[in-house]
Write a protein that binds this ligand. Structure first.
Ligand SMILES: NC(=O)c1ccc[n+]([C@@H]2O[C@H](COP(=O)([O-])OP(=O)(O)OC[C@H]3O[C@@H](n4cnc5c(N)ncnc54)[C@H](O)[C@@H]3O)[C@@H](O)[C@H]2O)c1
Length: 256
């Protein structure tokens, strides 16, 4: 029997799709039949991801936006609705930070930049897609938080603004899930452990990565595809009544 993709007929916006976890989620969703709108600040990288998807027989479009700017987010969501008439799935993938520093060295702009990228971006995108999802009485909003939003990493340094933003994302998700569940919209968070993405390779040295891998119960780092399959499940029909949860994908790095 020919297999049918789990997301056929869905239009999915994937933010931060230019590399790392976002790229992996975008390609997985395209494999499952979604039309994927790739959003990133880096045009060159989403162009590459789009070409990869099309080469594999999938469907994708791209939009460049700085997700920390609400006017750019509103414009991109309006453009998607105009072109494709619907938005069924939103992946809030934008996030990260550039350096570790102790609290007494964190400047106002360090703090504001990390909150803007990890928390404001997800709020702007969720708010912007909510109108069409409410109108359609259907939608999935899935955000990438982090183990750092639940507890400090037991085996490696953590960064306070990042943990604060990622915890905010978990709180915001629970409230949104309650607020818009009545319209058939689910809202969930994935909390990944450390995955070897380009950004993580830049900010963590090999010793820190070896530590994280060797100390977790499964003795390994997760890969981007592990988060992508978790996102696929939350976006699929099978998860229609799962909402407000934080799904940890972390090889047991943090067990509550
Ligand atoms: N990789 C991990 O180990 C890990 C662990 C826990 C949580 N996360 C979270 O998962 C998400 C993805 O992480 P990653 O490591 O794949 O990230 P990454 O840094 O590898 O990729 C992030 C992408 O976001 C884009 N981007 C950056 N600023 C932007 C902006 N203002 N507007 C639009 N796009 C922008 C970048 O161009 C890049 O393509 C982040 O939210 C991160 O916090 C990652």
């Amino acid at each position: 029997m020919e297999s049918i993709g789990k997301l056929v007929g869905n239009v999915a916006i994937v933010t931060a799709a230019g590399q790392g976890l976002g790229e992996s989620i975008a390609k997985t969703f395209a494999r499952e039949g979604a039309l994927v709108i790739l959003v990133d600040i880096n045009q060159q990288e989403i162009l590459r991801v789009k070409e990869d998807i099309i080469e594999e027989g999938g469907r994708a479009d791209l939009m460049v936006a700085d997700l920390t700017k609400s006017d750019q987010v509103n414009d991109l969501v309006n453009a998607v609705v105009k072109d494709y008439k619907t938005i069924d799935i939103l992946i809030n993938g934008a996030g990260g930070f550039q350096k570790f520093s102790p609290i007494n060295e964190i400047t106002d702009s360090d703090w504001n930049d990390v909150i803007a990228l990890n928390l404001n971006s997800a709020f702007y995108c969720s708010r912007a897609v909510s109108s069409i999802m409410i109108e359609n009485k259907k939608g999935r909003i899935i955000s990438l938080s982090s183990g750092a939003g639940i507890a400090p990493n037991p085996y490696a340094p953590s960064y306070i603004p990042y943990g604060a933003a990622k915890a905010g994302l978990i709180g915001m998700t629970k409230l949104m899930a309650r607020d818009i569940g009545q319209y058939g919209i689910t809202v969930n968070v994935i909390a990944p452990g450390t995955a070897l993405t380009p950004r993580v390779k830049r900010i963590r040295d090999q010793e820190s990565l070896d530590n994280i891998a060797s100390m977790n119960p499964m003795r390994n780092l997760i890969e981007p595809k592990d988060c992508a399959e978790a996102a696929l499940f939350l976006a699929s029909d099978e998860a229609r009544y799962i909402t407000g949860i934080t799904l940890m994908v972390n090889a047991g790095n943090l067990i509550l």
